[in-house]
Design a protein around this ligand. Structure first.
Ligand code: ASP
Ligand code: MG
Length: 457
């Protein structure tokens, strides 16, 4: 069997869901389990309703719920046609009655707790999974809706509940496997689960990929397909460099290095349960289903190209902390990092010498206060408008002379910090923000002009 997960944009309206049905139809022989996100933007609007109700604004909350109801009714009506929709209408209607009642309750109390936020948010996936299952049936696909809350057991940390993988796997084998065996296509919402007391939980924003990976790992899927609205992961940002190519296959470790650079496609950490079981994960485009996408595997095949991708991130600030007599003093680095911690500022690249430490952070308002705090320990300077460039590839590990080649290409550029990650598969450095596009283009030209056709599209 396989798991096919469709994100919010892939189920955003009737046309998109119709495309999903076609894509699934074409995979029936692989015995798919389908996991869906809420329709695009629905989770955001549910959370906004909860917030409005929680601040006592019941009217706004109910008005938003009405708009949501219409959107789902319109979509279902368009997908099902009048006769089927009339039959299905009551089921959806009951959910919307529950949502209204919930919002009234929250409004009456004038307060919303994380537990209640989860209940409100869960409607998105509950509704989308029911509509997609019904649309399948209307198209003579053997869709069978399964309420994920009866399968995905989590702990009690509402809004970021932690899946209990063993019991969840057991339940999936008991309830979902027989459906697959009987030739049905189970349709389940991602993101939602319930705790041991049966109370609805969610596993964190963007959690549907994680649900798909857990389900696939539990049922020993042959592969997991993450259907989204881009062709997969790219060698670099096509907006910076029009020559960017699609990466056909990438290792989990390489994908993880790129995650920080806003590879919004998918956060690799969420598919770890699948990778750990050696199940390949594909990123595919529901608007361009014949494109092969990107395959993420535990180990990437050997390739001639040293790098898989070049990522760049702008809006970076460098903070230099210099203390000629203090750096070697025991506890000094700890004191620096404690200051970052106190201000809630996340550090990305770090490089140190005997007398100074340079760190990068995403530019943000907390920096002046943080710098003032650091100034109690040492001399501090900070400078914005920098960019981080990161070259990623497993071949970096055992190819000599790479740094010379990279920096040779950039010999006229001002390089501010250099760091080769402990993972040995990334080479990272910091440059002036205004140079970012030029640097990426030059490196891309040097390292991808001759791209291995096995690995790059
Ligand atoms: N609908 C949820 C969200 O928007 C989960 C997901 O789409 O993965 O965060
Ligand atoms: Mg997502």
């Amino acid at each position: 069997m396989i798991v096919m997960k469709f994100g919010g944009t892939s189920v955003q309206d009737a046309k998109a869901i119709d495309r999903v049905a076609h894509i699934v139809q074409g995979r029936l022989a692989d015995r798919p389990l389908v996991v869906v996100s809420a329709m695009a933007k629905v989770t955001d609007s549910l959370l906004a309703m909860g917030k409005a109700a929680g601040s006592g604004d019941r009217k706004t909350a109910l008005k938003m719920a009405r708009a949501l109801r219409e959107r789902h009714y319109d979509t279902a009506g368009e997908l099902l046609g009048t006769a089927l929709f009339t039959e299905f209408h009551g089921d959806l209607g009951a959910d919307f009655e529950d949502l209204d009642e919930l919002l009234r309750g929250i409004g009456a109390v004038g307060e919303i707790t994380p537990r209640t936020y989860d209940y409100v948010a869960s409607f998105g996936e509950v509704l989308s999974s029911k509509i997609v299952a019904a649309a399948f049936v209307a198209r003579e696909l053997p869709g069978a809706h399964v309420d994920s809350r009866q399968c995905l057991l989590t702990d009690n940390s509402y809004t970021r509940a932690v899946p209990q993988v063993e019991e969840t796997s057991e339940r999936l084998r008991r309830r979902v496997q027989p459906l697959v065996d009987a030739g049905k296509v189970p349709v389940m919402g991602g993101f939602i689960g319930s705790n041991a007391a049966g109370i609805t939980t969610t596993i964190g924003r963007g959690g549907s990929d994680f649900s798909a990976a857990i389900f696939g790992a539990a049922l020993n899927a042959q592969r997991i397909e993450i259907w989204t609205d881009v062709d997969g992961m790219m060698t670099t940002d096509p907006r910076l460099c029009p020559d960017a190519r699609r990466i056909k296959t990438i290792s989990f470790d390489e994908a993880a290095e790129l995650a920080y650079f806003g590879a919004k496609v998918l956060h690799p950490a969420t598919v770890l349960p699948a990778i750990q079981k050696n199940i390949p994960v594909y990123v595919l485009n529901s608007q361009n289903p014949t494109c092969e996408g990107t395959k993420i595997t535990a180990r990437a095949p050997r390739t001639r190209n040293i790098f898989k991708a070049i990522a760049a991130k702008k809006r970076i600030t460098i903070i230099d902390v210099a203390a000629p007599r203090m750096l070697l003093a025991h506890g000094f680095l700890k004191a620096i990092f404690d200051a970052f911690d106190r201000h809630g500022v996340v550090v990305d690249v770090v490089s140190t010498s005997e007398v100074s430490v340079s760190l990068t952070v995403d530019s943000n308002e907390a920096i002046p206060e943080l710098a003032a705090d650091l100034a109690k320990l040492a001399d501090v300077k900070y400078e914005g408008r920098k960019a981080i460039v990161c070259l990623v590839g497993e071949n970096l590990r055992d190819t000599p002379g790479i740094a010379a080649k990279v920096f040779g290409i950039l010999e006229d550029m001002k390089i501010r910090m250099i760091s080769q990650g402990a993972s040995e598969i990334n080479l990272t450095f910091v440059i002036e923000e205004d140079d970012a596009a030029e640097v990426v283009r030059r490196l891309h030209q040097a390292f991808f002009a001759e791209a291995d056709p096995e690995v790059f599209g």
